[in-house]
Design a protein around this ligand. Structure first.
Ligand SMILES: [Zn+2]
Length: 335
């Protein structure tokens, strides 16, 4: 097992959302980094640590919520280095081939967005792990157990010698937590984005097949326009499925779409699409198909009908509002 860089960051937010352009697509900025802390883990122990404070430029005023959580002050930030310098120091300390690990999935997307903002290589790091997931693979969560870093440190009976929500302290705590499991094994078994999507789309209790993956889309809504993603083949005979008569796609939560195609020979087939954006910049899309039995077909019909009715009500409401606004304009013009 090569060395692992366990890291944690704090970032500042604005009081209004900020967007930036990346490869022609507009992206919402998740935050501007103000602190990075990291611990190098080699051969089962922490061999070095790193910390840097960064002076924010896009959101120069420290958000009150961030101030409260981190204990940082405006004066602390004023003593920080510019973003590009802080990130460069961190990259140099880690090394080009470093594998990074964090408690959760929030930090890598922010890191990569900030690398873009600073004009640095956002393809780094190439390998990273959600260490909470790795930890849970060997110590499954019991009902009601909180997974915040602090509560896990407490459950494991580890020493709490530093305040939480300082980037370096949290990185060190995360490293200590992960050293209580067989880390080499957990990382060797860690599922990449492709396998995570396959596990989500094709769970063992469902008869889904035809798993297909598309990577590298900056446009998160590419699934609405991509013929390739939307047109699937029959899982039984491979013939192209005829789309739903209205080409209707149901949204299931934030990251799933489904529709019902049909094969002339084998009847209705559900088409499932799912998306994931683990690096904060690029979306990966995946698709699977499932021959639809009566229950699945009935559910689709019912949900589609309800969604169509909602869309109709929304259109009517918008038309009424537009008509009212137009009438108001005419009235004002007459004065
Ligand atoms: Zn067929």
């Amino acid at each position: 097992m090569p060395q692992l860089i366990v890291f944690d960051m704090e970032w500042n937010m604005g009081y209004a959302p900020r967007t930036f352009r990346y490869q022609g697509a507009e992206q919402t900025l998740r935050g501007e980094i103000i602190q990075i802390g990291a611990a190098r883990v080699e051969a089962g122990r922490i061999t070095d640590t790193f910390t840097v404070l960064i002076r924010p430029k896009i959101f120069p005023k420290l958000h009150h919520h961030v101030a409260k959580v981190t204990g940082l002050t405006q004066k602390d930030l004023a003593a920080g280095v510019p973003l590009a310098e802080g990130l460069r120091r961190f990259m140099d300390w880690c090394g080009p081939d470093a594998a990074l690990g964090e408690w959760g999935q929030d930090d890598v997307p922010v890191l990569k967005q900030n690398l873009v903002l600073a004009g640095l290589d956002e393809s780094w790091p190439r390998t990273w792990y959600d260490l909470q997931r790795a930890f849970l693979s060997q110590r499954p969560r019991a009902e009601g157990e909180s997974m915040t870093l602090e509560s896990v440190v407490e459950r494991l009976g580890l020493e709490k010698d530093e305040a939480f929500h300082d980037a370096l302290a949290d990185a060190v705590y995360t490293a200590r937590v992960c050293l209580t499991i067989d880390l080499d094994k957990a990382l060797a078994e860690y599922p990449g984005e492709e396998r995570q999507l396959e596990e989500l789309l094709c769970p063992p209790d469902k008869k889904r097949s035809g798993f297909t993956l598309w990577r590298g889309y900056v446009d998160g809504e590419a699934w609405l326009t991509s013929e390739e993603m939307r047109r699937a083949a029959c899982p039984v005979c491979g013939a192209p499925l005829a789309p739903d008569p209205e080409d209707w796609w149901l949204r299931k939560g934030n990251n799933s779409l489904c529709s019902m195609g049909s094969c002339p020979a084998h009847g209705p087939v559900m088409i499932w699409l799912r998306r994931m954006r683990s690096d904060g910049l690029h979306h990966t899309f995946a698709r699977a198909t499932e021959p639809a039995d009566e229950a699945l077909t009935a559910r689709w019909q019912k949900e589609k009908k309800a969604a169509l009715a909602r869309a109709k009500r929304r259109a009517e409401r918008e038309a009424a509002e537009a008509a009212a606004a137009a009438a108001e304009r005419v009235k004002n013009a007459g004065r």
